[in-house]
Design a protein around this ligand. Structure first.
Ligand code: ATP
Length: 253
């Protein structure tokens, strides 16, 4: 009997030695982040520690000052890389939903497909409808953003991103702008996405979600990854004093 050959999957995200300066401000001080396929990595840390900047470097919304980044095997920092094409593999959801107010939910999702993938209207709308179904908003397809709650608008933004079938999704504080009662619906949509096998990097203060859904929690402090591990280890037995202090502070609120 021959042993089965193990399938070795390349990581989806490989960021090594990332530095970022904003003028004299040294915001990222040599960050390594490797994310495996289907992994959910959750990033926590004090305000200003560089979480958003790290996320934004991964898809080149910010240009790192140094280091290397590949996403799905594509060198994101190579001058020869078509960055718009590379970004199609990276979905991003922000704190603000950024929907066009004069277009319906369906129109917003379909527009991304028409603009980015060049699909014609019927094909874009069919795919947009399927994406809205995945976030349980098929029945709101004809509603305008102003007719939707903040949580529903954020789920439309998630649908817009997943409709492009990215290889990884980046979430930058996706629930921070929402009233507390609307947070659960967005986290549920993220949870389902994770269960469908999406690779995700999430910056958020929703520690309950991290404990329940993350494979790995990263604690950032002053532009560095100070500590990382499974949620039970980071929340239950943090090794660094600063991690302990941060988690203690969060859990008191
Ligand atoms: N475009 C920019 N120009 C100048 N400074 C910036 C810029 N973007 C971020 N910074 C600074 O970089 C530092 C890190 O910001 P970043 O938003 O990455 O932190 P964060 O950990 O995500 O914080 P928060 O939890 O408050 O969102 C902060 O001091 C911020 O003021």
């Amino acid at each position: 009997m021959t042993a089965a050959t193990p399938i070795v999957q390349a990581p989806i995200v490989q960021a090594r030695g990332i530095h970022k300066h904003f003028g004299a401000l040294h915001v990222l001080k040599g960050v390594d982040l490797v994310v495996a396929e289907r992994e959910l990595v959750f990033v926590i840390g004090p305000s200003g520690s560089g979480k958003s900047t790290l996320l934004r470097c991964l898809n080149r919304l910010e240009d790192p000052s140094g280091g290397s980044i590949t996403v799905d095997g594509i060198d994101m920092l190579d001058r020869g890389t078509d960055i718009n094409k590379a970004r199609q593999r990276i979905g991003m959801v922000f704190q603000s939903f950024n929907l066009y107010p004069h277009m319906t939910a369906l129109g917003n999702v379909a527009l991304a497909l028409r603009k980015v993938l060049g699909l014609d209207r019927p094909a874009a709308e069919a795919r947009a409808r399927a994406a809205l179904e995945r976030v349980h908003l098929a029945d709101r397809a004809g509603h305008y953003p102003g007719q939707l709650s903040g949580g529903q608008q954020q789920r439309v933004a998630i649908a817009r991103a997943i409709a492009l079938e990215p290889r990884v999704m980046l979430f930058d504080e996706p629930t921070s702008a929402l009233d507390p009662e609307l947070v659960g619906g967005v986290l549920a949509a993220m949870r389902e996405l994770r269960e469908s096998g999406m690779t995700m990097v999430v910056v958020s203060h929703e520690m309950g979600f991290a404990k329940a859904a993350a494979d790995r929690v990263i604690f950032m402090d002053d532009g560095r990854i100070l500590e990382q591990g499974p949620p039970a280890a980071i929340f239950g037995n943090p090794q660094h004093e600063r991690t302990r202090a941060f988690i203690g502070q969060i859990e008191r609120h």
